[in-house]
Design a protein around this ligand. Structure first.
Ligand SMILES: [Zn+2]
Length: 454
């Protein structure tokens, strides 16, 4: 089949898509606070004829929008939160709008809108061709803290689907085949007794000592864990002045591994380090479990169809001005060491290598067969979570990659809407991979869902 109609629908509405992505770039919102982004997406989904529900799953900024009837039910996963500290002007060197302010350093404005564009083109495809099938647009808050989709899953999302397609902006055009890590995230709070650190320190019990001793223990633990497992931390609270024995200290840990079993096992051992530290320092420990997510498990059948679509949808063409802009950013990249560098990397390829980063798409991948891909929305030497991603997420370089992402998504869905055998093959692969290990949500029922603070 040709994809002229899908391409036309997205190109005809491109002004609206770019407008929403631009607004999300200008007014970035942090995890669980994506109030405006949610409103803009909902407005567009309604305008394009979707049935829209907002604020399900205990999350005011979540969206579930549907169109169509019957099977296959194909879900697409939008994200729209930003990152702290990655504010950036339209400039080819690091130049924040607000120093230390938030910015679209993962390009989730492009992610949210590419998924919107994809869903609208999927709906048009079903409608124009009288096909049976349903599109479900999931608006997923708080990906940057890796728990949004996990809370949604805990509250019942995604299992209605036959399959899902996820998209992410990037510095290359790739289909995920390798894995990303699963994770647990927790803050360890220690409570001690304050005293004058010079005058009567024997009466104090330092919470900071406990936090430091915990981290000494965690750093010794590293020798006795398998390769590929990551433990990292930062201090949230560590006292106020040297002459006051700190009665409160908090340290925030991530544990990552390529399977939930390994995450859980290492996390339990880390908790023992915290308990031992509290015991040694006669302080009290409170563990605030923030959440966790699964490792990814890309579905091979869906990945193959995404890869085909990448080669069927015309590649992005950049102007000389955009290439010059990318070249200038490349020269200012931390990844530039004088090497010969193209402006952009756009040739579609499978990404076989594993990544020690994490994404909460991993949970969806363990609930329904899911494929995931990237398109080029930034210069070739653009590292993730950098000012470069933010910069390109606010100009034509990012917008072109975003529209291409929406087209690839809809072209992939079109193949599955027309071929039940393909859906069945994806599901069989999924069932085989999940044998004897049903999805078990990493966030227990009692962990509260963070609410918007604005
Ligand atoms: Zn991201």
């Amino acid at each position: 089949m040709d994809y002229d109609r899908i391409i036309k629908v997205i190109d005809d509405n491109s002004e609206e898509f770019i407008d929403i992505a631009s607004k999300m770039y200008e007014e970035p919102e942090l995890a669980f606070n994506e109030v405006k982004a949610c409103e803009w997406l909902v407005e567009s989904l309604k305008k394009h004829g979707f049935d829209v529900e907002v604020g399900l799953y205990g999350m005011p900024t979540s969206i579930r929008a549907t169109w169509g009837k019957g099977h296959p039910i194909i879900g697409v996963l939008a994200e729209y939160d930003c990152l702290p500290g990655l504010s950036q002007k339209q400039s080819t060197s690091f130049d924040p709008v607000i120093p230390g302010g938030p910015g679209q350093g993962c390009g989730h404005n492009l992610l949210g809108v590419a998924t919107l564009a994809g869903a609208i083109a999927m709906k048009d495809d079903l409608e124009q061709n009288g096909l049976e099938g349903t599109v479900v647009f999931y608006g997923c808050p708080a990906e940057e803290v890796l728990t949004g989709k996990v809370f949604m899953a805990r509250e019942g999302a995604f299992k209605e689907l036959d399959m899902a397609i996820a998209y992410h902006p990037g510095a290359a055009t790739t289909v995920s085949k390798g894995l990303s890590t699963g994770l647990n995230s927790a803050i360890f709070h220690f409570k001690g007794k304050t005293a004058h650190a010079g005058g009567n320190p024997w009466q104090g019990r330092s919470a900071l000592d406990a936090a430091e001793i915990m981290s000494v223990g965690a750093n010794y633990l590293r020798e006795h864990i398998e390769d590929g497992i990551r433990i990292h931390y930062s201090y949230k609270e560590a006292g106020t002045a040297p002459n006051i024995v700190p009665d409160r200290a908090s340290v925030w840990y991530y544990v990552r591994a390529f399977s939930r079993d390994k995450v859980e096992d290492t996390y339990k051992r880390l908790v023992k380090c915290a308990e031992g530290a509290a015991h040694m320092t006669e302080t009290e420990l409170e563990v605030e479990f923030l959440g966790g997510c699964y490792e990814t498990m890309p579905n091979g059948v869906i990945s193959e169809q995404i890869f085909k679509s990448m080669n069927e949808i015309p590649p992005t063409e950049w102007s000389d001005e955009e290439k010059a802009w990318a070249d200038a950013i490349n020269k200012n990249s931390h990844l530039f060491h004088g090497q010969e560098t193209p402006s952009f990397t756009d040739k579609p390829r499978y990404r076989d290598e594993n990544s020690s980063g994490s994404t909460d798409v991993g949970d969806v991948m363990h609930i329904v067969p899911t494929g995931m891909f990237n398109t080029t929305t930034a210069n070739a030497l653009c590292g993730s979570h950098t000012w470069m991603i933010t910069c390109c997420a606010g100009n034509s370089i990012g917008f072109k990659g975003m529209l291409r992402g929406g087209k690839i998504m809809a072209a992939t869905a079109a193949k599955f809407y027309r071929d039940p055998a393909l859906v069945k093959a994806a599901q069989e692969e999924f069932k085989a991979a999940m044998t004897d290990k049903p999805y078990n949500c990493p966030i227990p029922k009692e962990v509260p869902i963070p609410q918007p603070t604005k």
